[in-house]
Design a protein around this ligand. Structure first.
Ligand code: SF4
Ligand code: SF4
Length: 100
């Protein structure tokens, strides 16, 4: 996949620019998950694949640089954003468009 193709998919997806995800293993204390739910976070259980049984706490926190057309600072985006690859992220590898 070329950089241009990746950029097009990201503009259509934007998931990792809108969400912060905390990934927790299957052994996590379920009371902690209940607490996060009570606080209004979306708690998801991964239902298949190599991370089946892991939990994801989704925090809705859109980046201030995200515009309707995608990242407004794309050429100068943060190092974390440059290096991030949703294909290796348990929280996104079943959802991000690079992974389809
Ligand atoms: S989750 Fe993947 S495809 Fe979606 S915006 Fe992030 S890097 Fe791009
Ligand atoms: S700086 Fe750009 S690529 Fe990074 S999270 Fe914000 S909108 Fe997304």
């Amino acid at each position: 996949m070329t950089d241009e193709e990746k950029q097009e998919l990201c503009i259509a997806c934007q998931k990792c620019c809108k969400l912060i995800n905390i990934v927790l293993p299957p052994q996590v204390n379920k009371e902690l998950l209940d607490y996060y739910k009570l606080r209004g976070f979306n708690v998801k259980e991964i239902g298949f694949g190599q991370f089946k049984g892991y939990f994801v706490i989704e925090i809705n926190a859109p980046c201030v640089y995200l515009s309707e057309k995608g990242c407004s600072v794309y050429k100068d985006r943060h190092k974390m954003c440059r290096e991030y690859d949703c294909r290796n992220d348990p929280a996104m590898m079943y959802e991000g468009l690079w992974t389809k």
